[in-house]
Design a protein around this ligand. Structure first.
Ligand code: ZN
Length: 143
């Protein structure tokens, strides 16, 4: 996946601001075909969302359906689609939980930023294949 440096910083700032809770948001951009016959998600816009999980926001997140639909519509007006999501993990490794795997839609990337001792410690991205399966992918930061 490809992410601009400024947006990478916005995600980190959001994660720090929402401590002790997990932050969450959506990634808008395009799915770019690669020469290998697969897709790379190219992120152009970041949409921070409210974590509306009723309880346990320290270790979980939920994006409301209405916010998701609003962002999807706004992205479409810019010629983009939702290509994934991001959220933070507080004092936990940047590895998807079972509910994270359920949330990820086919073709989407999921960025997880791990916060340890109030500081970003690691950032990973996970790609959900159209035909199923979830694997870690590289994050290419571009200026
Ligand atoms: Zn998670």
């Amino acid at each position: 996946m490809q992410l601009r440096r400024r947006q990478f910083e916005i995600i980190q700032e959001h994660a720090l601001r929402d401590i002790p809770y997990e932050c969450c948001g959506l990634l808008a951009g395009v799915r770019q075909p690669t020469h290998k016959g697969e897709y790379e998600n190219v992120v152009y816009e970041i949409a921070p969302c409210a974590n509306v999980l009723y309880s346990g926001r320290e270790h979980g997140f939920e994006i409301s359906f209405s916010e998701y639909i609003d962002i999807e519509r706004e992205a479409a007006s810019l010629g983009f689609e939702i290509v994934g999501s991001y959220h933070s993990h507080i004092d936990l490794a940047a590895v998807p939980s079972n509910s994270d795997i359920d949330f990820a839609r086919p073709g989407h990337s999921m960025i997880i930023i791990s916060i340890e001792n109030m500081q970003p410690s690691s950032v990973t991205s996970w790609y959900r294949r159209d035909e199923g399966g979830f694997h870690q992918e590289a994050i290419r930061i571009v200026e």
